[in-house]
Ligand binder design. Structure first.
Ligand SMILES: O=C(CO)[C@H](O)[C@H](O)COP(=O)(O)O
Length: 237
C-alpha cells in the first residue's frame, strides 16, 4: 500500500511521462493509443492538442481507450482504413533496464496492444520510475492471454513448461474476460536464469495461448517521469 504522498508523486510522474510522450505526436500522424492509467493521461493530452487543432487519426488498443478517445473527439479509425501507424504510445508494467524489454498486459489489453504496436513504425512507452526493473518478473507476473475452451489443460501445459500460472479472476469470482473474449493467466517468472526470448518462443508455441505480455525489441523509446522531470531511454538498434 502506498501513502497518499507516494500516490501523488506516482501520479505526477505518470503525467510528466504522458505529456512528453503526447508531445511526440505530430500533425498528420496515424497514432496508436495504449491502455492503462498512464495511457489514459496520454489520451487526455492528445485530446487537448486535438481540440487545439492537431490533426491525427488514431486506433485504440482497448474498448476503454476507444471510448475515452471518442469522448475527447479524437478522430478514430481501424486497420481496414489504416494499414500502418506512425507512432503508438502505451504504458508498461515492467521495463527491463538495458534491453528495454517489457512486460505488458496487467490492464488486460495485451493482445490488442501487441497488434497495434507491431503495426507501428515507433513505440513509445510512458512509465513512472517504479516500472524499471533489472529482471523481468521482479515485481509483476507475466500475463498470458489464453482461449477459454480447455483453459485448465492449457494452464497445466504452461506449468509443465515451467510457468506457474493463476487464472485472473474478477471480484465476483468469475474469470476476467478480455476485449477479445479470452482469459488471462498470470505467470510467475523465474528470477534466476530467465531467458525472455526462449520463454516468448515457448509461449507462442503452446496450443491454447493466444498471445503473451513479453514485448521484446519493440519499444523504440521509454520515457520515465520523475519528481522533477523526465528521462528518455532509447533502444540500442
Ligand atoms: O499493459 C497495459 C495494459 O494491458 C498497461 O499499459 C500497463 O498495465 C500499465 O498500466 P498503468 O499505466 O496503469 O500502470
Amino acid at each position: 500500500m502506498s501513502t497518499p504522498e507516494q500516490a501523488n508523486s506516482t501520479d505526477a510522474a505518470k503525467r510528466r511521462a504522458a505529456v512528453w510522450a503526447a508531445s511526440q505526436v505530430e500533425d498528420g500522424m496515424k497514432v496508436g493509443l495504449g491502455t492503462g492509467s498512464t495511457s489514459a493521461l496520454v489520451i487526455e493530452e492528445v485530446g487537448r492538442r486535438v481540440a487545439e487543432g492537431l490533426r491525427i487519426t488514431a486506433i485504440a488498443t482497448s474498448e476503454a481507450s476507444q471510448k475515452q478517445a471518442l469522448g475527447l473527439k479524437i478522430p478514430m479509425s481501424d486497420f481496414a482504413h489504416l494499414p500502418q501507424l506512425d507512432l503508438t504510445i502505451d504504458g508498461a508494467d515492467e521495463v527491463q533496464e538495458g534491453t528495454l524489454y517489457l512486460i505488458k498486459g496487467h490492464g488486460g489489453a495485451l493482445l490488442r496492444e501487441k497488434i497495434v504496436a507491431i503495426a507501428s513504425k515507433k513505440l513509445i512507452i510512458a512509465v513512472d520510475p517504479r516500472k524499471l526493473v533489472k529482471t523481468l518478473g521482479a515485481v509483476f507476473t507475466l500475463p498470458v492471454e489464453i482461449v477459454p475452451f480447455g483453459f485448465e489443460t492449457t494452464m497445466r501445459r504452461l506449468k509443465d513448461l515451467g510457468f506457474d500460472c493463476e487464472l485472473r479472476m474478477n471480484d465476483d469470482g468469475k474469470p476476467f474476460v478480455t476485449d477479445g473474449q479470452h482469459y488471462i493467466a498470470h505467470c510467475k517468472l523465474p528470477q534466476v536464469g530467465f531467458d525472455a526470448k526462449q520463454a516468448a518462443e515457448k509461449l507462442k508455441a503452446t496450443v491454447g495461448v493466444v498471445e503473451h505480455g513479453l514485448f521484446l525489441g519493440m519499444a523504440s523509446k521509454v520515457v520515465i517521469g520523475g519528481p522533477e522531470g523526465i528521462q528518455v531511454l532509447e533502444a540500442a538498434r
